[in-house]
Design a protein around this ligand. Sequence first.
Ligand SMILES: NC(=O)c1ccc[n+]([C@@H]2O[C@H](COP(=O)([O-])OP(=O)(O)OC[C@H]3O[C@@H](n4cnc5c(N)ncnc54)[C@H](OP(=O)(O)O)[C@@H]3O)[C@@H](O)[C@H]2O)c1
Length: 230
Amino acid sequence: MKILITGATGKIGRQSLLQFLQHPSITSVVSLSRRHIPSESLPNSEKFKNVIVKDFSNWSQEIMEIIKDADAMFWAMGTNDASSGPNFDWPVAFQAAMLKAREAQSRTTRFRFIFCSGKFVVQNQDAWLFFLPGARKLKGRTEVVCLEFAIEHKDVWQTFVVKPGGFITPDMFGRRLLPMLMGDLVIDCDEFSAYIAELIATGKEEEGLIYNKRMVGKGRELLQTKTDRT
Ligand SMILES: NC(=O)c1ccc[n+]([C@@H]2O[C@H](COP(=O)([O-])OP(=O)(O)OC[C@H]3O[C@@H](n4cnc5c(N)ncnc54)[C@H](OP(=O)(O)O)[C@@H]3O)[C@@H](O)[C@H]2O)c1
């Protein structure tokens, strides 16, 4: 299967990309980014293609030609401020462009869209929030719009909104202690990326919002199964 990713130069996107390239069901990964990603250090780099996108609000014919036959997208681009482009406008524009491109094809499978939101994102636009109110509510609007889009186009589209807690990167000090100290507030990069690779490859999960606890538990199971096999 062919999958797409945005945000692959970031913390969450990078770890996910590494797992996607190692997943046996994924044969092609196209990263859409504003910066070049060197492929030399990537595993199975022959599966990887990097497309530089100058304007994510405009999904040009040229780019759609490269990605229109993809099966799924992981939208890991985003910021912790209230920038509308990467957090709202561009994923919404992508959905419309991809839907249009697929209408011209006779695909029998549904497109799988995974949006990386966050544990502290809030859909209620009237909620009083102590920290990062603008950013948390903006992504809450994106969650709503993406979920509504999937309902409206349910025969051809499915959406999963993942809500990770603080992402523990491989180089983080006290990496192994943090989950014990912070519990469900955080998720380890290995657990998250194992979970997200399986989700994008199989879609075997209840559609809609997916919370941190679920991803930690399922991610651990997947890693354990992998260890048992080796
Ligand atoms: N890290 C966490 O603990 C955490 C937890 C929960 C949710 N999240 C959410 O998950 C998403 C990814 O987080 P992260 O920690 O991986 O963030 P990150 O390390 O800052 O990476 C952000 C990614 O988005 C891209 N991006 C941001 N603004 C862009 C723009 N204007 N145009 C093009 N690309 C842009 C960056 O590209 P460049 O490299 O070119 O800048 C990078 O690939 C964010 O929405 C974040 O809020 C993060």
